[in-house]
Write a protein of this length. Structure first.
Length: 179
C-alpha cells in the first residue's frame, strides 16, 4: 500500500457510519418514485390504449393484440422515448449529459420508426400480396403472412412524441404540486 492510503486508513475510525445515500441512488428511490420510468410507462400505456380504443370504434370488435403491438397512431415508441427524455430533462436538467443521451436515443428511435421499420412493413405488404397470388400448388402458397404494421408515418411519430412530452409535463406538474 502507498503511504497516502495507509494514512487515510489510520486516521478514519473503523466504526464510522457510511455516508447517507445520495438522492438519486438506487437505495433511496423505488420503482414507484422513478419519475422518468413512470412517465415512459404511462405514455406507452396511453398510446397503446388509444390504438386499442380507436380500432374498437372503427371495427366494433376488440383486438387485444393492439395493446402490445407496434405500428399505428400514435407511435408508442415515440411516446415512450420522448416521455423518458423529457422527464430526465425535468429531473436532471436539460443541459446535462443524461438529457443529451436521452435526446439522441429519442431521435434514433423516432428516425428508425419512420425509416427502416416503415419500409420493412411496406415490403412485407408487397411480399404478402405476391404470396397471395401464387398458385395453390406452390410451396409458399400456404406460408403465414408477414406482419405489415411495423413502422410509423411521420404524423404518427409526431403525435406520439407530443403525447410523450405532454405526459412528462403533467407528471412534472404533479410532482411540483405535491412538493
Amino acid at each position: 500500500m502507498n503511504e497516502g492510503m495507509t494514512m487515510m486508513m489510520q486516521s478514519s475510525p473503523a466504526t464510522s457510519a457510511p455516508p447517507p445515500p445520495l438522492p438519486s441512488s438506487p437505495s433511496s428511490s423505488s420503482f414507484f418514485t422513478n419519475y422518468p420510468l413512470l412517465s415512459a410507462l404511462v405514455a406507452f400505456s396511453i398510446a397503446q390504449t388509444i390504438k386499442f380504443l380507436t380500432a374498437w370504434y372503427k371495427e366494433r370488435q376488440w383486438d387485444f393484440k393492439l395493446l402490445v403491438g407496434s405500428g399505428g397512431m400514435p407511435s408508442s415508441h415515440s411516446a415512450t422515448i420522448t416521455a423518458l427524455a423529457a422527464a430526465i430533462g425535468f429531473q436532471e436538467g436539460f443541459g446535462g449529459p443524461l438529457f443529451a443521451t436521452a435526446l439522441i436515443l429519442a431521435t434514433v428511435v423516432m428516425y428508425d420508426a419512420t425509416g427502416v421499420r416503415l419500409q420493412a412493413g411496406r415490403q412485407a405488404e408487397v411480399l404478402n400480396q405476391i404470396v397471395y397470388e401464387l398458385p395453390a400448388e406452390h410451396p409458399l402458397a400456404e406460408s403465414r403472412p408477414l406482419r405489415e404494421l411495423l413502422g410509423h408515418t411521420p404524423p404518427q411519430v409526431v403525435v406520439g412524441g407530443l403525447l410523450g412530452i405532454s405526459t412528462s409535463v403533467v407528471g412534472h406538474l404533479i410532482i411540483l404540486a405535491c412538493s
